[in-house]
Write a protein that binds this ligand. Sequence first.
Ligand code: GDP
Length: 294
Amino acid sequence: MAEAGAPWPGRGAQALGPGGTADPAGLVAAARDGDPRALARLVSLVENGSPRLREIMKLIAPLTGQARIIGLTGAPGVGKSTVTGALVRVYRGEGLRVGVLAVDPTSPFSQALRILDAAGFDVIMIATLGVGQAEVAIASLADSTLVIVAPGMGDSVQAAKAGILEIADIFVVNKSDRPGAQEAVRDLRTMLAMAGYGPGEWKPPIVSATAVRGEGIDDLVGRLQAHGAWLGESGERDRRRLARASEEISAIAVAALRERIGVLPGESQLEDLAGQVAAGKLDPYAAADELIGG
Ligand code: GDP
């Protein structure tokens, strides 16, 4: 997990207690009081799969579900960091606590997200480091997803290809100071018109921005607010949160199962079964049943 404008002072911050054995309840309380070291410690415990992970997750469960989660996706260089920075300034200016997570799809970011949520952040922004499958994963974690494009990079077409058109709650055409911005807006409009939206459905608005100059950011904040209101009224927020929770459960269960298979009577059993399947003596379903004891 990388950090951008992270609310804590760095990874692997030292433990608070002697010998690195800070008590999770104390850490959670301190993090809620705004102690960045406690927050850093909790995030690193979670990211490093600490033996206390379960204890921490249990402790924070009743504290989660308060934060507004905003996802930002788009090709490298379109201005995700710049837009994030501009939004952070606006929200902080309103007195809100804002956390930023930059996501590497291989890291257990949904758990770091829970920590920030439980620590009392009002807004959590999560940005991806690329375009592709990770965007879809992020969309399932965010309440509102911004798809950012910039003119002259063919991103809008690329976005459609990567399937992220479907996950956009708001489009941002950034770098509107550059030639081609109008065309990018027009392309997106055409795509949205073809998609067709029914009454009561959220039709993603298109916001033109020049994030380096802070232009279009107020409009974006307004659109985010409108989307937040729609999420509540339509019941979509609850649906998204249920989907997020069930994805988390399956991911944890699958990981646990993999681990269990790995430590079962031995990998030699897998090797043995593989030999039988390769030789056509056993079918792979029967072999899998045998492996998991089904
Ligand atoms: P990211 O890779 O998507 O996070 O993109 P960054 O936010 O790092 O921006 C990439 C580059 O584009 C940086 O040099 C920014 O200063 C620049 N940039 C961001 N927003 C704008 C904008 O509105 N107009 C112009 N011309 N450049 C911008």
